[in-house]
Design a protein around this ligand. Structure first.
Ligand SMILES: *[C@@H]1O[C@H](CO)[C@@H](O)[C@H](O)[C@H]1NC(C)=O
Ligand SMILES: *[C@@H]1O[C@H](CO)[C@@H](O)[C@H](O)[C@H]1NC(C)=O
Ligand SMILES: *[C@@H]1O[C@H](CO)[C@@H](O)[C@H](O)[C@H]1NC(C)=O
Length: 410
């Protein structure tokens, strides 16, 4: 027996509920953030079954320069409720917000703007500071292979890569999502399972095993601090579960000669996404600088040339030569002999460096002997740094104060 008949049987009369007409339609679109707020006009109408109400559901997923918009208008059996606005995940980076309302009046589901959920930032508000992590940004029902990369806001320290499974009534769809996030893991939805009639699930499993570019190189030349060299590899490597991609560049320059060592491949599981450019030593003395990136999506270790490091190096106007002279040498696998070139150091140097670095990791293992000018009195090029990206570094050194080099003085 239906509830209405049951009530009639009990002698209670219920007023006949009027069947409503509601706006109806679905809008699914990915827009440039600059196009928001969106406005729309609902035209299509639907006659509901007895007792049903009208609903408005709007979900926005903001992802840096892109916004995914899902709007549903239709008749529903859901209980009436006032407008509810929920922030399921707050930014910076990926964020999800929704608006839902169920009302019982003809054509009352007349939400016509996204403004309630997403107001563009007024131009007077300074945009959030950018950090050093870069992530691909993508919404796609296919693959995210050619997603553009953006620099994330400072608080977004991770790249998210996952798939949302969306279910509305009998229809279901997949939405691949990549973007910046403030936390690691597979938790874009932050516990959200339903938004009105939309059921949501999330999976990131397909990303647990990454493919990374793989290869290593060593170059020795005169002008590696000035001229970028290509840094591509034709090999790819399937990582072990949980491993991330890495790319590391080490540049050592003694003035007339420089060495560039690079490695790309998989790296230790669980390493946090990061990008670091460090100047360990110099100029004006021996320059030791590095670029290291760890990232966690397919083939993300894709820097194409050494300019990722060179562009961040200080390029001071060549300082005038000073009075100090030092034996200068850069020798991989070999040793610096007594007949090292004697070089007049640029102004600002006070010591001569003589030492040895052992570099291992990322498919490379080599010793470098170094002699040259030095500005810091610390007598070390690496100042205790033991890891540069995927390389382990061991330094063995001595520094000789310039005054001890009287024989070399001009
Ligand atoms: C988004 O719009 C802005 C300004 O209209 C434009 O500069 C930018 O290229 C657009 N981005 C995309 C991904 O279309
Ligand atoms: C996740 O959800 C909880 C509870 O709904 C909320 O308090 C929290 O702010 C959300 N986290 C983010 C990052 O939005
Ligand atoms: C060397 O390392 C110490 C301790 O980590 C630090 O305090 C110091 O500033 C560093 N020196 C240079 C020249 O970077």
């Amino acid at each position: 027996m239906s509830p209405a008949l049951l009530l009639a049987f009990l002698g209670i009369t219920v007023p006949r509920v009027q069947a409503l007409t509601c706006y109806s339609g679905t809008l699914v679109t990915v827009r440039n953030s600059s196009e928001l707020p969106l406005q729309w006009t609902a035209k299509q109408e639907e006659h509901c079954e007895d007792g049903w109400s009208c609903q408005d559901v709007l979900m926005l997923i903001e992802n840096g320069p892109q916004v995914y918009v899902l709007l549903i208008k239709d008749c529903t059996q859901a209980a009436d409720h006032e407008a509810v606005i929920t922030q399921h995940r707050a930014g910076p980076g990926l964020s999800i917000a929704s608006y839902t309302r169920v009302c019982r009046e003809n054509l009352c589901n007349r939400l016509s703007t996204s403004l309630l959920l997403w107001a563009p930032h007024p131009p007077t508000v300074t945009p959030p500071a950018l950090g050093s992590v870069r992530c691909p940004v993508c919404f796609s029902d296919g693959s995210c292979q050619s997603a553009a990369e953006v620099t994330c806001p400072a608080e977004s320290t991770h790249c998210y890569s996952g798939t949302l499974l969306l279910n509305v009534g009998h229809r279901s769809g997949r939405l691949r999502v990549q973007g910046c996030m403030s936390q690691a893991g597979c938790n874009l939805l932050n516990g959200t399972q339903e938004i009105g009639p939309i059921r949501l699930r999330e999976t990131c499993d397909s990303e647990a095993i990454l493919t990374c570019h793989q290869g290593s190189m060593i170059r020795i030349s005169q002008d590696l601090t000035q001229k970028p060299v290509a840094w591509s590899t034709s090999t790819e490597q399937l990582c072990k579960l949980g491993e991330v991609c890495q790319e590391t560049l080490l540049l050592i320059d003694v003035g007339f000669k420089s060495l560039l060592a690079g490695s790309k491949g998989c790296s230790k599981p669980g390493t946090q996404d990061s990008q670091t450019i460090s100047i360990h030593s110099g100029p004006p003395g021996v320059l030791v600088a590095s670029f290291a990136r760890f990232c966690s999506y397919d083939k993300c270790n894709s820097a194409a040339s050494s300019s990722v490091l060179l562009n961040s190096l200080p390029h001071p106007a060549a300082p005038a030569p000073g009075d100090l002279q030092c034996p200068t040498c850069l020798s991989i696998f070999g040793s610096c002999t007594h007949d090292s070139d004697i070089v007049r150091c640029p102004n600002g140097n006070s010591h001569c460096y003589k030492g040895h670095l052992a570099v291992t990791g990322g498919g490379l293992s080599f010793p470098v002997n170094i002699q040259g000018c030095m500005a810091q009195p610390s007598s070390s090029l690496l100042n205790g740094t033991q890891n540069i990206g995927v390389f382990s570094m061991i330094e063995d050194h001595e520094a000789i104060v310039g005054a001890a080099l009287a024989p070399y003085l001009a």
